[in-house]
Design a protein around this ligand. Structure first.
Ligand SMILES: C[S@@+](CC[C@H](N)C(=O)[O-])C[C@H]1O[C@@H](n2cnc3c(N)ncnc32)[C@H](O)[C@@H]1O
Length: 351
């Protein structure tokens, strides 16, 4: 292997290590309780999870009987380069595990099977396990979120995974949302969540802590569950109480829709299309609203958002010194170009 590509690989591995965030058991429990019926008789696969420490594996292993699972499979990834051979393994169980006196799960090394490769979710042996699984549940690597979801869709799997709210704006992810093939989960709609991090993770005081056993944690903003498993609450209407006025809800300069800055202020009586923040999806009931599109860059162009007028593009770039990407929605507010953060275009189905 040439030196350059060796370095690139090491680089990727190092970048990947920034992905080492360990999901807390309480966050997993709070989400899983909404899907109990989905789990009965199913094979669950956690494919970014070392069963020695993953709370996803722990949750399902300890609740195996309660949830009436058929099988639980866990595989994990070992960072490796050409000099270091990984020792990735899988653990498959068809029974409930108990806790040992030290608080660890009671399974033996004999129950582990060594993987031939490094446990990459897209490796052929992990794909074979994926084919066998009914539902994939994990917090996958952030850096490969698009590829990770694409693989789940390719193999037509049910899933319940953690990601960042901004993944909504990825073209491929948004397409799934628009087609009602993916939606946000039930339990996280705001704030931040705590994740465990490795011992060598650099902490900054504001958003981190070390517990009495020396374990490190950081708080991460914008976390969401992404799923294609249905749950009751996502069919509840958002209660709308505002009335439309053209003053409060201006129209975009380059698209025939009104701008709504806060989801709870969606006007109850507006029949046309509206641009709302991406966090609208936290409240989205597909029987109440239609998702028309996403008002940024190429996704915007696809739904007919007009490119910047030359004078507005010039103003944005030269006076405001900001990016001006055609397809982004913008308003003219008091004579200046005003580009809101990514907007989802919706329509009220019930009017
Ligand atoms: C955000 S962490 C979450 C870990 C664990 N699922 C949890 O929730 O505690 C993402 C994990 O994905 C693993 N990972 C990175 N690249 C991977 C790949 N290509 N295939 C499988 N796992 C990978 C990392 O080792 C890391 O442990």
């Amino acid at each position: 292997m040439a030196k350059k590509s060796q370095n690139e690989n090491l680089h990727k591995a190092k970048d990947g290590k920034k992905d080492e965030f360990y999901t807390q058991l309480t966050d997993i429990e709070k989400e899983m309780k909404h899907y109990k019926d989905h789990f009965v008789g199913k094979t669950i696969y956690c494919n970014c999870d070392d069963p020695e420490w993953s709370n996803f594996f722990r949750f399902f292993a300890l609740k195996f009987e309660d949830l009436k699972l058929k099988k639980l499979i866990s595989t994990h990834f070992v960072y490796s380069d050409m000099f270091v051979q990984g020792d990735a393994y899988k653990l498959e169980i068809t029974r409930q595990l108990n806790l040992k006196s030290d608080g660890k799960l009671d399974f033996s090394d004999k129950e582990k099977t060594k993987l031939k490769r490094n446990g990459d979710f897209s490796s052929s042996e992990c794909v074979e396990l994926l084919k066998e699984a009914d539902i994939v549940v994990t917090n996958p690597t952030f850096s490969l979120f698009r590829q990770y979801v694409a693989q789940l869709v390719q193999y037509d799997k049910k899933f319940l995974i953690i990601g960042n709210v901004n993944a909504i704006t990825y073209k491929e992810i948004f397409k799934l949302i628009k087609a009602n093939n993916l939606w946000l989960g039930a339990s996280i709609h705001s704030g931040d969540r705590e994740f465990g991090v490795p011992d060598d993770y650099p902490l900054n005081a504001a958003s981190s802590r070390i517990d009495e056993d020396g374990n490190k944690y950081i708080r991460v903003k914008g976390v969401r569950w992404f799923t294609n498993l249905d749950y009751k609450e996502r069919h509840e209407d958002l209660i709308l109480f505002k009335k439309y006025t053209p003053e409060e809800y201006p129209t975009y300069d380059n698209y025939d829709a009104i701008n709504v800055d806060v989801t709870k202020s969606i006007p109850a009586d507006y029949e046309g299309v509206m641009g709302v923040p991406i966090t609208f999806l936290d409240k989205y009931n597909p029987e109440q609203f239609e998702v028309v599109g996403l008002g940024i860059s190429n996704s915007g162009i696809e739904i007919g958002v007009q490119p910047y007028k030359p004078e507005h593009k010039k103003y944005r770039k030269e006076v405001q010194k900001r990016g001006a990407v055609d397809g982004d929605l913008y308003l003219i507010t008091n004579g200046i170009v005003d580009v809101p953060y990514a907007r989802i275009i919706i329509k009220n189905k019930k009017l």
